[in-house]
Design a protein around this ligand. Structure first.
Ligand code: HEM
Length: 589
């Protein structure tokens, strides 16, 4: 089991080591398992709220005890083979942390790594731990999709897909975000009037599945309302991907087992259903596209001609937007319309990858945001104030995003405390140097975003949920303006392509939900503990009591605002959440 793995805790200086960056190849998302008391509720550090809350006190004491025990074990040398000094060719050898994987299997992997980070500093070698690279493990579901892909396939596919998430596409998604969240509000209304508590984590998972299904291939799972075979199949496959990533041996490859295991049979059937559905959607979209081309070929010729002329005259961004179809603004439609020359299998892999990448991540962000909000009533009150004054009773629009500043800061802060995924992985493509340490070709490097985001070196009161740490008049925090001490969507060439989409999706959902309801942890609900898959899950769900809000009546003002309409502008200008001008949102630059 012991694998020779390097564990890297990013510091801004290290990340900027160009040589290392160039040679690090992307792997896929890391998944581990385990559980522990949520550590952000562990200390007075960073907690506002009443100091005499007995529940918080107990949680804090338990967490302090757990940390003290772990620190004592680290101090006793249980994990240590002695700090190394002097490496080959005059380099300093990386400090080594040794131990037995079983010693840390009872809690999420990134928790002990945090203690080791405090002991050893930013970079150390881990001589025990899970296998790092999951490309083979996830092959059954993502194939050569954008996340596991590398080299030339990745380069070509990234270039084809990134333009699909252009500005007009994201603007077109607002009605989708609003309608899907409204369906969730109706469910919560029903639960509230029946006096029932609700398990929010699974509801968020359904909400984001509905959103991403429509956005990626214009398919309405409607998983908030119905449990069709396809929804069940998607969950079966997702759970299997998570199980495989933490399995001690690849049981799915054992010859006889893979033929007789009922679980694997179920997974294969689910996969078959999903693949057939996706193939169907691709085929239908292709036929519709050809049909439109055929019946209007003359118009089309003029149209294409006009587009080509526009290309000459206008920005590439506007060209990309021409491919968008108002009735079907999905990424699939865009890829076909843009003439993306790709096999159906590759297209399916990419769509499936985006479905997975955009589903669990957003659901996890919403889950932990509501967990944090329930624990900090003062933040919730401020948030509700902002939403009431900006939105009133209407659906959020793209123009509102600039005004919902505090709501955005709440999401920024939630992503700092609960980064999704908490650990990223790279594999070194060649011998290299990281900071002052030599790295060998083929070594796996874990980048603990969890450690980075909670590092006492980088953050004041690092464990505190404090959206105020991000000034409202400052830029939207991202990896570049935070000097790489904040990586909510990764960084560099493999940065998330859905950052703006996901940021707006979560802001809309939070705004619409807190406007309508108050959220409290349900009485007698199990303590919220963490476990890791690709993202951070709760072990037993997030059980909440949801109460419709009683709001002050809105008193009409006598000032009648004048609205200036500029008829030449079709699409409101959108500021990117990441504020970056690189290829992630080329349409915005
Ligand atoms: C709040 C939600 C989201 C979070 C926190 C998130 C986070 C991330 C992170 C940290 C990475 C970098 C992984 C690495 O460096 O190894 C990433 C990559 C990626 N994300 Fe997201 N993501 C989110 C939503 C989305 C959405 C909605 C989509 C699709 C529409 C998406 C598609 C992708 C893809 C395709 C990649 C791989 C990019 C590449 O390797 O070139 N993500 N995401």
């Amino acid at each position: 089991m012991a694998a020779n793995l390097s564990f890297l805790q990013f510091s801004p200086q290290i990340l900027q080591t160009k040589d290392s960056r160039r040679k690090l190849s992307s792997a896929v998302k890391l998944k581990f398992s385990g559980s522990c008391v949520v550590s952000c509720s562990s200390s007075n550090n960073g907690r506002g709220g009443p100091k005499d809350d007995p529940v918080k006190d107990v949680e804090r004491l338990l967490e302090e005890k757990r940390r003290a025990e772990l620190s004592a074990r680290i101090a006793s040398g249980e994990f240590t083979v002695g700090k190394s000094s002097g490496g080959p060719e005059g380099y300093v050898k990386i400090p080594e942390a040794r131990g037995d994987i079983r010693a840390i299997s009872s809690e999420p992997f990134f928790i002990p790594l945090y203690e080791l980070y405090l002991t050893y500093g930013g970079v150390f070698r881990l001589t025990f731990g899970p296998k790092g690279i999951l490309a083979e493990i996830l092959d059954f579901v993502m194939g050569k999709g954008l996340i596991p892909a590398d080299g030339e396939i990745w380069r070509v596919r990234r270039r084809a897909i990134v333009p699909a998430l252009h500005q007009k596409f994201v603007a077109a998604m607002f009605s989708l975000f609003g309608e899907a969240t409204d369906r969730l509000c109706k469910k919560l209304d029903a639960a509230a009037s029946d006096g029932e508590d609700v398990e929010m984590e699974s509801l968020f998972s359904r909400l984001t599945l509905d959103v991403i299904g429509k956005a990626v291939f214009n398919y309405d799972f409607d998983s908030l309302n119905v449990d069709t075979g396809i929804v069940g199949a998607v969950y079966t496959v997702l759970r299997e991907a998570e199980d495989r990533s933490v399995a001690p041996i690849p049981f799915w490859e054992i010859p006889i087992w893979k033929d007789i295991s009922p679980k694997l049979k179920k997974v294969n059937a689910a996969l078959k259903l999903i693949n057939e559905t996706l193939d169907n959607l691709i085929a239908v979209c292709k036929v519709e596209f050809i049909h439109v081309l055929y019946i209007s070929c003359f118009t089309c010729f003029l149209y294409l001609h006009a587009i080509v002329m526009k290309m000459v005259d206008e920005e590439e961004l506007q060209f990309h937007e021409e491919y968008m179809n108002e009735q079907d603004p999905s990424i699939l439609h865009f890829l076909l319309a843009s003439g993306d020359d790709v096999s159906s299998k590759q297209l399916r892999d990419d769509l499936m990858t985006m479905l997975i990448a955009g589903h669990e991540t957003s659901a996890a962000v919403l889950t932990w945001t509501f967990y944090l909000l329930a624990k900090e009533p003062s933040v919730m009150a401020k948030l509700q104030n902002e939403v009431d004054s900006v939105l009133g009773d209407r659906f959020p629009t793209v123009e509102d995003m600039k005004k919902l500043k505090y709501t955005t800061r709440v999401i920024n802060e939630s992503l700092r405390l609960y980064p999704q995924p908490p650990v990223l992985i790279r594999r070194s493509l060649g011998d290299d140097v990281l900071g002052k340490y030599p790295i060998k070709r083929g070594e796996d490097i874990f980048i603990s975003v969890w450690n980075l985001h909670r590092s006492p070196i980088h953050w004041e009161e690092a464990d505190k949920f404090n959206p105020e740490r991000w000034p409202l008049d400052g830029p939207n925090p991202n990896e570049t303006n935070q000097n790489f001490s904040y990586l909510p969507f990764g960084g560099g060439p493999r940065k998330c392509i859905g950052d703006m989409f996901a940021s707006y999706e979560t802001v809309v959902a939070v705004a619409m939900l807190v406007r309508r309801f108050d959220f409290q942890m349900a009485l007698g609900a199990p303590p919220v503990k963490m476990t890791t898959g690709a993202t951070i899950h709760t072990t037993e769900g997030l059980k909440m009591t949801v109460t419709p809000r009683r709001r002050q009546p809105i008193i009409p003002t006598l000032d009648i605002p004048t609205v200036k309409v500029d008829s030449s502008v079709n699409v409101p200008k959108v500021e990117t959440i990441s504020g970056q001008k690189d290829e992630v949102s080329p349409a915005l630059s």
